[in-house]
Design a protein around this ligand. Sequence first.
Ligand SMILES: Cc1ncc(COP(=O)(O)O)c(CNc2cccc(C(=O)O)c2)c1O
Length: 442
Amino acid sequence: MSDRLNATPNDLRAFWMPFTANRQFKKEPRLFVGAKDMYYTTHDGRQVLDGTAGLWCVNAGHCRPKITEAIRQQAGELDYAPAFQLGHPKAFELANRLVDIAPEGMDHVLYTNSGSESVETALKVALAYHRVKGNGSRFRLIGRERGYHGVNFGGISVGGIVSNRKMFGTLLTGVDHMPHTHIPGKNAFTRGEPEHGGDIASELERIVTLHDASTIAAVIVEPVAGSTGVLIPPKGYLQKLRDICTKHGILLIFDEVITGFGRLGTPFAAQYYDVKPDMITTAKGLTNGVIPMGAVFVTSEIHDTFMQGPEHMIEFFHGYTYSGNPIASAAALATLDTYKEEGLLTRAAELSDYWADALHSLKDCPNVIDIRNTGLIGAIELDPIAGEPTKRAFTAFLKAYEKGLLIRTTGDIIALSPPLIIEKHHIDELFGKLREILQNNI
Ligand SMILES: Cc1ncc(COP(=O)(O)O)c(CNc2cccc(C(=O)O)c2)c1O
């Protein structure tokens, strides 16, 4: 460990950090040099409880031996193999294991290298699918306000977070957005799915009326909107979206980059809410966050629609150099083994009540205006400081780091999503530290 501590460079200028207040960070660097299970080790030797599974991705906890060893072994056996017109066994074995845990009917997988690429892939599949079926007039893609679908041009076009969009010009044309489902003042401090707001899904019908179904290819939503600050779908909302999409021949895409791989206590949110999309985008927990990889699940109906024409011809002109690469496939297989051996794809269901009790116990802290939860996800919405939006939550983030706790903040919302291996004493530690921070009226 001391070697790693000493390895910290003094000159931090060259790395332009993503989604970061670079100047503030480089004045007060926050560097992790190690991790194990539920904890990070900082460059100054402190233990930090990981309340966010890294970035919603380390679902099995850090430095898990089976995953580490699988990567080490694969790197020495087959380091890289092309996936264009060639293959390697693990990519196919992994696809079979993935469809085994997916909702029924999601029988095929395309590989990517991130959630953003999974979203781009799903959007392109949707457009090409309709074209292959002779409905090339279906060019529109429908997203949702406050939606997050990564940072590539398709994802920010269907996405609904203003800061992620406003800098980049016209974006994709032919995109529209449904309203988000958050009703300020209503549903506050709800545990799980809000009672009110399910009828907001009917706004999709209005959008279809405006554009005509013949121009709409797909709707993409996060079943639980994560990056915007955790918006839980109101009761009946997702099924209503499904019904409207089915009625109009529109593909429904669930973006499960966050909710996939056990976050809600089921393998995917589609199973948790018992609503069947036509495609599911994933990444993050697929490899326990250790190796960049994503996967897009599609139904046989979609896949088989492409499988036509001369057999020597490429059916879908899309893919990446690293699609299903050997080391990522090995990491994902070992991750699925770990999830299976430790029951991690369903463990959140066992802890969700204890988690909710601990989370909602902070309701009496100063400036807390809402608390939301589902599975092992939690959000604490803080009253913004007048004229200084986001500052209250960012202060909470800095103080949490000092106290040995990692939280995420978006706007003035604290978002929590711990590794699924969390124990009750970790939950007690997490919310005990948060209470100490919040009750000091930050
Ligand atoms: C629903 C969804 N879709 C796509 C992406 C993009 O994935 P990549 O980053 O792998 O390209 C995401 C990623 N979501 C994400 C990534 C990093 C931070 C946070 C946060 O909320 O703090 C959220 C996501 O949450």
